[in-house]
Design a protein around this ligand. Structure first.
Ligand SMILES: Cc1ncc(COP(=O)(O)O)c(C=O)c1O
Length: 408
């Protein structure tokens, strides 16, 4: 591994993202085995939209969950069958809904009565019938999520009590059929009991929402939130015991679920791709300030953890590791941007002899890495992305920004 990382930097430049498809297959096998059958597993493209990763997951059996026209294109290229795609997300525009319908997507999660009306109007315009899942914001939250996304005052979904009070806002019409409910409790749940609790809440809310909506549930998307360490070593959420527990839960609520009535589905991004990604970078400077050693890299929040480093969400301590040996000593690791928030770690331990030109690497960055970062900030180039399969290079590419002129 050590040799390869250096070789890769020489060949493809620094910094460099490396994804290993064998890790994607391993994660898929673990998650699929932990989920009751029959059920569908959606891959949330937002976690990593690299076309080869999406294609691998679709080939394994995932359906794509897309939340923008860009994700839709990646999903379509991978999925073949547009009917497999679930289109989700807040603030869907009229144009993007129409584009999705024209490209053959028929299933949408709708966040509100307005969202539902937009899907209906777009479907009517093109003479299609869209199936919708109403996204419910349950009354209870889940404990210990990395990032809570429901069960509280939220911009996501529609509050369960609002559905109960205004159920007619989601009625089926000529161009839209309300076929089920979507719930997404939160992301990065590391505790399996908290996951189960979240699914129980989601299920209960789905059944109550369906009764208020007066629909017979054909589909319930229970979300996910399966946790995985980000940019540090560690083990993912231990989901080994999930399946029998969920089966008992489903038996209690939905007597015919084993016959696909309703069809159950789960979503995952992070768990499926996190371990597949490594960011390799190069030390550009080493210096001391006020007695503290600073190691400055050619990568920072423009390539990694942008979304989590601007102080709006969790601020992780990124684990930067060296290929060099030698005594480890405390230091801070900074990125290349002209802002003090471009700090990857304030309590790293790296070899004392580390010097400019030496490579470093960061594990578990396959999810919410490059595409969740502040890519355009300071106008540096995007790192190349390398896809390996069992260590063999399958593809190398780089996202490129450009400015295009518009008609005046
Ligand atoms: C609706 C929805 N589904 C799926 C996901 C993917 O979550 P994760 O990557 O934690 O599996 C998210 C993430 O925010 C989401 O909002």
């Amino acid at each position: 591994v050590t040799l390869s990382y250096r070789d890769f930097l020489t060949r493809y430049g620094s910094p460099l993202y490396v994804y290993e498809l064998a890790e994607v297959r391993r994660a898929y096998a673990t998650l699929r085995a932990a989920l009751p059958m029959p059920s569908d597993l959606y891959y949330s493209v937002k976690a990593n939209p690299h076309p080869l990763l999406v294609r691998e997951l679709v080939a394994l059996g995932c359906k794509p969950e897309a939340s923008s026209s860009g994700e839709l294109e990646v999903a379509l290229a991978a999925a073949g069958d547009p009917a497999a795609i679930l289109y989700t997300g807040p603030a869907k525009s009229r144009l993007e809904i129409e584009l999705a319908l024209r490209r053959g997507v028929r299933r949408f999660s709708v966040e509100s009565p307005w969202d539902c009306a937009k899907v209906e109007a777009a479907a009517k315009r093109i003479g299609a019938v869209a199936e919708v899942l109403v996204r419910v914001n349950p009354e209870m939250s889940t404990r210990r999520t990395g990032l809570q996304m429901s069960g509280a005052v939220s911009q996501f979904g529609t509050d369960l009590n609002a559905i109960t009070e205004r159920s007619h806002a989601f009625e089926s019409g000529g161009s839209v059929r309300v076929i089920g409910v979507h719930c997404y409790m939160g992301t990065n749940v590391m505790d399996v009991d908290a996951l189960v609790e979240g699914f129980a809440t989601a299920l209960d809310s789905a059944v109550r929402a369906a009764s208020a909506l007066g629909i017979s549930l054909q589909a319930i998307d229970l979300g996910g939130g399966f946790g995985h360490p980000f940019a540090c070593r560690g083990m993912p959420c231990d989901i080994g015991a999930l399946r029998p527990t969920l089966e008992r839960l489903f038996d209690a609520y939905l007597p015919a679920w084993r016959h696909g009535e309703p069809r159950l589905s789960f979503e995952s991004g992070r768990f499926l791709v996190a371990a597949a990604g490594t960011l390799i970078a190069t030390v550009e400077d080493v210096k001391s300030s006020g007695g503290t050693r600073f190691v400055v890299l050619d990568t920072g929040i423009n390539h990694l953890a942008g979304a989590t480093s601007i102080g709006r969400t969790l601020r992780p301590e990124i684990e930067v590791m060296s290929l060099e040996t030698g005594d480890l000593d405390p230091c801070r690791v900074a990125g290349p941007l002209c802002t003090p928030i471009d700090l990857l770690s304030s309590r790293a331990r790296l070899p004392l002899g580390l010097k400019p030109g030496d490579p470093v690497w960061i594990p578990n960055v396959g999810a919410y890495g490059l595409s969740a970062s502040l890519l355009a900030f300071l106008s540096r180039a995007c790192p190349a992305e390398l896809v390996l399969d069992e260590g063999i290079v399958r593809e190398a590419s780089r996202v490129e920004f450009g400015r295009i002129g518009l008609c005046l």
